[in-house]
Design a protein around this ligand. Structure first.
Ligand code: SF4
Length: 413
């Protein structure tokens, strides 16, 4: 293979990494300081933004070690049968790039994934070696997220967790059957085994209060995974059930949802079009309801039709519209759990309500000051001076609350 320069490698391997949503970058308009105007650039190849567990937004160098892969996953642009430009970094190159970007203050950490080269162990060894050199040889204190190669030896997974802040093994397809069909070399049981191993290590690393000696840190930012939405036939309710079992079974910090996007030379086994991006957004909202609002996956499914979340309204409102008997909720008496179910009330607003009502009785306007739209909350609550009467059960409530479709310019022809 002809040698390609480092800059070209960076372009190829940063582009190849963009399909991994478990470290999603937000889309911003492209700006740069070429020509001497302004400072900085949003076009840095491979730099993406991620959120740490304490909510900080950090910039990461997000790259693949290589986009060569011996596997042939139908949904992946890097599969062996794909006709794309290939590149491979050496371990030294990734270490040097990371340090150079870090010293220039472009990034606060590294997200490193890879196609499978030779075999799982060899690939994982290379990923771990990057992290080891950064930590041990250069005392690198930035954030490191390593992608696990599930087939790799347990010893390598353990080492990865000693150097990385976060580990992730991608489940990719919600249905095991689809994984067997579309990614023939992958085995859902192997992926789950790797995730289970990380969970055990995370638990072992959690210090007991009575422990004098702290156990060595292991992936302190936990583990995450990614599910591709719309590549197999799994409806949203099945995806939510899968996520719930992943959170419960493996103590995941996050499940990321990535709308399937057709790739060049795509396999005929895959749908020709991508699902609406709004579907991905609704799944993130539903996931949020499970993690912070006390909803179970089947409850969220009550607001769905034929297993699909309503694209016109958010999942909490969709649930409330189907479960009107649970409303109105008295903001002056209801438990936190019931208040969290009120459409339009977020966690912060609920906690504020609970604290304010200790010393005074809330009126509708008081609640209005804590929410973005009092109109959204009105049908679902009672307050000192407010009761919704027949509004909660009004037949046209959904139409009143659903955001109006954007006005589009009509075609002239
Ligand atoms: S193993 Fe990973 S990189 Fe290789 S083809 Fe499958 S999804 Fe792509």
């Amino acid at each position: 293979m002809a040698q390609i320069d480092l800059r070209r490698k960076l372009a190829v391997l940063a582009d190849a990494a963009k399909y991994d949503a478990s470290c999603a970058s937000s889309g911003s308009t492209k700006r740069n300081s070429l020509g001497g105007k302004g400072v900085g650039s949003t076009e840095g190849m491979g730099i993406c933004h991620a959120y740490t567990p304490d909510g900080r937004c950090v910039s990461l160098l997000k790259i693949l070690l290589t986009n060569f892969c011996i596997y042939d996953c139908a949904y992946c642009i890097n599969r062996v049968s794909s006709n794309v430009e290939r590149a491979r970094f050496t371990v030294e190159e990734v270490v040097d790039l990371t340090l150079a970007f870090y010293r220039r203050n472009y990034i606060e950490g590294l997200f490193l994934s890879s196609g499978v080269i030779r075999n799982g162990d060899y690939t994982m060894e290379q990923l771990v070696e990057v992290a080891r050199r950064l930590r041990e040889d250069h005392d690198f204190r930035g954030y490191i997220h390593l992608k696990l190669i599930p087939e790799a030896d347990a010893r390598l997974v353990e080492l990865a967790g000693l150097y990385a802040d976060r580990l992730s093994a991608n489940i990719e397809l919600p249905r095991d059957e689809a994984l067997g069909r579309l990614a023939p070399e992958k085995d859902a049981r192997t992926i789950r085994k790797a995730m289970g191993q990380v969970r055990l290590k995370l638990e072992e690393a959690r210090p007991e209060r009575r422990d004098r000696k702290r156990p060595p840190a292991f992936a302190p930012a936990g583990q995450s995974t990614q599910l591709i939405v719309g590549a197999d036939g799994a409806p949203d309710t099945e995806i939510m059930a899968r996520s719930a079992s992943l959170y419960g079974g493996y103590g995941l910090r996050r499940v990321y949802y990535s709308a399937f996007s057709p790739i060049p030379d795509g396999s005929s086994l895959l749908p020709p079009t991508k699902p609406p991006l709004m579907r991905e957004h609704r799944l993130y909202q539903a996931d949020w309801l499970m993690r912070f609002y006390g909803f179970s996956a089947p409850e969220i499914g009550e607001g769905a039709d034929d297993g699909m979340l309503d694209l016109a309204v958010d999942p909490k409102l969709a649930w409330a519209l189907r479960r009107r008997e649970a409303f109105p909720v008295d903001v002056n008496k209801a438990a936190r759990e019931a208040l969290l179910r009120v459409p339009g009330l977020g966690v912060k607003a609920v906690d504020r309500i609970l604290s304010v009502r200790r010393y005074r009785t809330l009126r509708l306007q008081d609640v209005g000051r804590l929410t973005r739209s009092i109109e959204a909350v009105r049908p679902w609550i009672t307050a000192l001076d407010w009761t919704p009467g027949g509004l909660t059960d009004a037949a046209d409530l959904r139409a009143r609350l659903a955001p109006r479709a954007k006005v589009e310019q009509l075609s002239l022809f």
